[in-house]
Design a protein around this ligand. Structure first.
Ligand code: ATP
Ligand code: MG
Length: 414
């Protein structure tokens, strides 16, 4: 064994690992080499190293270096500095953005340097994480051991500081450091634990899993725009069904979708749970066949029953038309959902279309129907109608679907 070992670090030589430069994107290599040629340390790190070692295609290439963001900016004309909580450099190419982060330092050091830089909420969440440090410090500031492996462009070795290589072999997601402290620093790590376990088909270690249910409520502190991004990574990247089951088991789904969750029942037998199961399986299948699905469709399905049930309630209690009650209900449910996940306007526009089309699909007359099938979101609206028919087992809905299938066959859209 040629590996060099000290107390924390194992260095694996090129001959003993499977990462080859050919499997990196050209742009990632370019960035690594330019940093290196200018005298800085440069490593590929995070998901790309993990995925390459697992023989998977990385989603993106993250790089880490001892160059500060300002020094990085000087080396690349196409560089933009981003992020407040976590300052990073984005090197922008035509078809790819390479993220370059400077090694992070310890929180404790932060406290000594400047109180302002160590802003934390009462629950322990870090508001800034911008103290730079050494690679050793960086390795333990990362979330999971399997995400803390470094590929060195200087000599093509692999650096394993926190036993990530072993956990990768054993298929274990293991949070670095004291799990409760690390979740308090950044509660999104709870979601990431579930996401990686499902995506990589790995187990979450007992210590890493234990605090999650207890601390799930801390997601309240996370900006809802960040949770929108996270929810897409959780539910719309090909493992949504399995991930949703795990989120529910760990008490996290209810934090993300409280408005949907109040419609669930104890026996996990409610129509809303059935429709969520079905839509996630459908989206996973679509993604396997490389068919992208608009996030508006997923959110429209998850929130359909909350919208419909509340509309019925308002309709019964007030002397207004069902259409008006439905409109009010949509505003109410979207506002409530916004507190946990800030769904952007471009997505809510699609959701509203899909929902209003459910009402239009009920009133089919030939001339109107032609307009309806030409609607941009007809396909999604019809998919929602089919899902509803599957879970509600109502003859009227089944008949309606047959009518629309026939109508589409006669009026094939060119
Ligand atoms: P993906 O395949 O989704 O890109 P990834 O592991 O690369 O997975 P990123 O969100 O791209 O995830 O983050 C890159 C790396 O940055 C991670 O592998 C991890 O080392 C570190 N990281 C990201 N988010 C956190 C966090 N919240 N806390 C600590 N480290 C993090
Ligand atoms: Mg990544």
């Amino acid at each position: 064994m040629l590996s060099i070992k000290n107390k924390h670090l194992t260095i694996i030589p090129r001959s003993e690992h499977t990462i080859s430069r050919n499997s990196l994107s050209k742009t990632a290599l370019k960035v690594l080499y330019r940093l290196n040629k200018n005298g800085y340390e440069a490593y590929l790190v995070g998901g790309s190293v993990r995925d390459l070692l697992l023989g998977k295609k990385p989603k993106d290439f993250d790089i880490t270096t001892n160059a500060t963001p300002e020094q990085i900016r000087k080396l690349f004309r196409n560089c933009r500095l981003v992020g407040r909580r976590f300052r990073l450099a984005h090197i922008i190419f035509n078809h790819e953005i390479i993220e370059v982060a400077t090694f992070r330092g310890h929180n404790k050091k932060k406290q000594l340097i400047d109180k302002k830089l160590f802003l934390q909420t009462q629950n322990g969440m870090l508001l800034h994480d911008n103290i730079f440090g050494s690679i050793e410090e960086d390795a333990i500031r990362r979330d999971f051991t399997v995400n803390s492996l470094y590929y060195n462009i200087d000599d093509f070795t692999l650096r394993n500081y926190v036993n990530g290589l072993n956990d990768l072999k054993e298929g274990v997601i293991h949070l670095i450091g004291d799990p409760e402290t690390r979740y308090r620093e950044d509660p999104v790590r709870m979601l990431r634990a579930i996401r990686f376990a499902c995506k990589l088909n790995m187990k979450i270690s007992i210590n890493t899993a234990e605090p999650i249910k207890r601390l799930a409520y801390l997601l309240n502190e996370i900006p809802s725009a960040r949770l929108f991004e996270e929810s897409l990574k959780l539910l719309q990247t090909g493992n949504g069904y399995f991930t949703y089951k795990m989120l529910k088991k760990y008490g996290l789904f209810q934090q993300l979708f409280p408005v949907a969750y109040v419609n669930f029942d104890k026996n996990t037998n409610s129509v809303i749970e059935k429709i969520i199961n079905q839509v996630l399986k459908k989206i996973d299948d679509n993604l396997k066949n490389k068919n992208l699905v608009d996030p508006g469709f997923l959110f429209a399905v998850i929130l359909w029953y909350p919208v419909y049930n509340y509309a019925e309630k308002i309709f019964k209690e007030n002397k207004i038309t069902f259409y008006d009650a439905f409109t009010q209900s949509i505003t109410n449910i979207l506002n409530k959902q916004y507190c946990s996940i800030a769904i952007p306007k471009r997505v809510t526009t699609t959701m509203r279309d899909i929902w209003f089309l459910q009402l239009h699909l009920l009133r089919y007359k030939n001339r109107r129907a032609k307009k309806i099938i030409e609607h941009l979101n007809f396909k999604y609206a019809f998919d929602l109608l089919k899902l509803r028919a599957n879970v509600e087992h109502k003859t009227e809905l089944r008949e309606l679907i047959l009518w629309w299938i026939k109508f589409q066959q006669i009026n094939i859209i060119k």
